[in-house]
Ligand binder design. Sequence first.
Ligand SMILES: NC(=O)c1ccc[n+]([C@@H]2O[C@H](COP(=O)([O-])OP(=O)(O)OC[C@H]3O[C@@H](n4cnc5c(N)ncnc54)[C@H](O)[C@@H]3O)[C@@H](O)[C@H]2O)c1
Length: 436
Amino acid sequence: MNDSPVADRIRNREARITVIGQGYVGLPLAVEFARRGFTVVGLDTDPARVAALNLGHPHGPDVEGEELKALLRERRYEARSDFSVLEQSDVVIICVPTPLGKSREPDISFVVAAAEGVAARFRPGQLVVLESTTYPGTTEELLLPMFERRGARAGVDLFLAFSPERIDPGNPTFHVRDIPKVVGGITPECARVASLLYRQIVPSVIEVASAKVAELAKLYENVFRNVNIALANEFAMMCRRLGVNSRDVIAAAATKPFGFMPFYPGPGIGGHCIPVDPAYLSWRMRADGYEPRFIALADEINRQMPAFVIELITEALNDDGRAVKGARILILGVAYKRGIGDTRESPAHEVIAALCRRGAAVTYADPHVPTFRVGEIEFKAVEPTEPALRDADCVVVLTDHPEFDYATVARQAHLIVDTRQAIPSTVPSTTRVVRL
Ligand SMILES: NC(=O)c1ccc[n+]([C@@H]2O[C@H](COP(=O)([O-])OP(=O)(O)OC[C@H]3O[C@@H](n4cnc5c(N)ncnc54)[C@H](O)[C@@H]3O)[C@@H](O)[C@H]2O)c1
């Protein structure tokens, strides 16, 4: 039984919730709590983002403008940049970025800044949950002492937990409310209060033994994905040497009803999670004198992919009797994955930079990304019109956005390098398709 006042306030939906960081993760989460009747503040240090949200303009694919406007009208949701709001919060959820530094070491500064802001205004009885993906031990070794220095006692007047966010932005099937939540507390009471909170918005909450287990569960999920994508990428390179389409093989293997899960090759991994999170675990293990091998190998293979794509484009143009230098290359999609406008760590950066270095005239189309900066050059998206497709010496599919009309691409372009197998398997005889 949870009998702490915060538990009662959660049950009655009276708990005032602050979600720190209103990005891809924090905004949909804040909106979900607001939809369920809580009063939620979305706290963010970016004033432009705060202003846009208060006008009802969401930035990601998972929140509709109309819904945000309705919640603003009903005063269920408000964006703020002023940390004093924490003094009135019963529940604080931290969803700030956890990127890598220059030497690929964890940059935990956003988590530290946010948690310091919470600890400095600690209110006895508060529930504080960290959702940002991070190295094992962060909640207990970094956050807990910040609160203890202010006299807080975990499980008594502070409920501190880690619960990883597992959202897949833009996924039409699984929204925040559909994805089971893993929760690990500093004490069993911390876990119970945090579980109670998440049970208000998701059907399934899995309470694990500690915050560290929950931190590691998230890292294991993303290492698993990273390693399997690397396997698919290397497999695609091997299939190419053997003159076989890797997708045909993967599709055949995926007919096995157990023991196999398909992963697909691509031009390289991107986003804030898959290329970044494994490095958090590696960093932590290295500090312990252990060098994780799978993570290093997967990273090496995945990082080769943009160069492999350049090789495919170079060979494809060469077969047409053309050089990369001077070739007009139209890139379809620069976001790191389909259906969204997130270009963080996108392989498109490396592919476009390399093509430009070799003297190609590069343009790109992406319905989600109006401008795209590569080094000093700011590209503006073009429309993938029939003339634009016909004019290109090579069309390269880097992101398989659903908005592209692949049948038209197949009809109009004469040379296509398709890194996502988005182009239909039958194309006009005048079109040549090189598939990864
Ligand atoms: N994007 C994803 O698909 C995804 C999925 C699961 C988990 N995660 C994890 O969730 C965390 C957040 O990722 P995201 O994609 O939402 O990041 P994001 O960059 O989209 O958003 C982060 C937001 O936090 C704000 N911010 C930064 N420092 C702050 C501070 N001190 N106080 C208040 N606001 C601050 C930024 O202005 C920004 O609006 C990361 O740890 C990430 O690894 C991301």
